[in-house]
Design a protein around this ligand. Structure first.
Ligand code: 3PG
Length: 385
């Protein structure tokens, strides 16, 4: 795999870099975590004389279009009421963060490659942001012609979007077939930190898992079943384990899923379930204080900690205590190498990155898949470039 830091600076001068990032952020003004994470790469490219065309998706807009790649502006214009998915608000925010104008290009108006190319080359601006690529169905179809169209806008492709590297999308995978392609600083940092906990973790290794579904995390549990000392379970996924053991869960959410015996055998050994919970209207919505205390004791002994998913329905203050106590416990442990992910959920806990052993991953699903030992199409494509 080629890394951006290996490029000779002269190779960047007067070049246009297509930079894939992940701006899949629900509240543009509020959540700066993913935005902050991509700034070093953008600043580096600009400083070294390159123009940057930022590519991203946002959300999962439903598009019912029969548009052709690089297709017809008329068809592209049919996309309406997709305002909440637009990347437009990010142009202003990025511009503020970078102290430079960021020109927004809405390909629904300026869809022809030649026209966009002209805007990029003739204007004095150096940073451009294309509208949400998922406004075109070709993006998620990993369409080659669409990837070629995107590639025609630049000279170099950089993937700094770890969080979407598990998706076989045109701007993540297919595009690498048409341009020299590199991993950006953020992608490199993600790989380095996640590899460190997979391959070189010091023991005891404690994996804290929360959130709604066990099924999302089965791969990770399997991959760490041997190396981890404890899995501390919270969130609605604990209900699935309770139900498996025939324990009552009231009206709580749980999955009627089959779980490998290899995993269920570890319940009460490596897999630790809550011993008390917070109930509301017959629903389990948080871990209880005794559980938090027990988890804290285990966390303080850890040399490596991986955390994905909240311990309860933390969006509601009444059920945020479990997650807050676990966050405080994790931060109290100054000796452990800590990797926390789960997209905006954990990031919104306002965790500080001052602890130098801490790595906050921008990945949600991507982090889970990477830690499950799966090959991510975006990363594999860079390796094959
Ligand atoms: C994420 O937020 O996890 C990524 O942006 C991927 O989004 P997706 O699950 O909609 O592909």
């Amino acid at each position: 795999m080629k890394y951006l830091r290996q490029l000779k600076l002269s190779q960047l001068k007067n070049k246009t870099c297509l930079l894939r990032v992940d701006l899949n952020i629900e509240s543009p003004g509020k959540d700066a975590f993913r935005l902050q994470a991509i700034l070093p790469t953008i600043k580096f490219l600009i400083k070294n004389g390159a123009k940057v065309v930022i590519l991203s998706h946002r959300g999962r807009p439903k598009i019912n279009l029969k548009s052709s790649p690089c297709g017809r502006s008329r068809e592209a214009r049919q996309i309406s009421s997709l305002k909440n998915f637009s990347l437009k608000p990010f142009a202003g925010i990025l511009s503020q963060l970078l102290g430079k104008p960021v020109r927004f290009i809405d390909f629904r108006n300026e869809f022809r490659a030649s026209k966009i190319h002209k805007i990029i080359t003739i204007t004095r601006d150096s940073i451009f942001l294309l509208e949400n690529l998922r406004f075109l169905p070709e993006e998620e179809k990993n369409d080659s012609r669409f990837a070629k169209f995107l590639a025609s806008l630049g000279d170099i492709y950089i993937n700094d979007a770890f969080a979407v590297s598990h998706r076989e999308n045109a701007s993540v995978e297919a595009i690498t077939k048409f341009l020299p392609s590199y991993a950006g600083f953020l992608l490199e940092k993600e790989i380095e930190n996640l590899d460190a906990v997979i391959k070189k973790s010091k023991k005891p290794l404690v994996v804290i898992l929360g959130g709604a579904k066990v099924s999302d995390k089965i791969g990770l549990i399997n991959n760490f079943l041997k190396s981890a000392d404890y899995f501390l379970i919270g969130g609605a996924m604990a209900n699935t384990f309770f139900a498996l053991q025939g324990l009552p869960v009231g009206d709580s959410f749980y999955e009627k899923t089959r779980i490998d015996e290899k995993i269920t055998r570890e319940i009460t050994r490596k897999i630790i379930l809550p011993i008390d919970t917070v109930l509301y209207k017959r629903k389990i919505l948080d871990i209880g204080p005794e559980t938090a205390k027990k988890y804290n004791e285990i966390i303080q002994k850890a040399e490596t900690i991986i955390w994905n998913g909240p311990m309860g329905m933390f969006e509601d203050k009444k059920f945020a205590k479990g997650t807050e106590v676990i966050a405080a416990a994790v931060f109290k442990n100054k000796k452990a190498k800590i990797v926390i992910g789960g997209g905006e959920t954990i990031a919104s806990l306002k965790l500080t990155t001052k602890n130098r052993n801490l790595f906050l991953s921008t990945g949600g699903g991507a982090m889970l898949e990477y830690l499950a030992g799966e090959k991510l199409p975006g990363i594999e494509a860079l390796k094959n470039n």
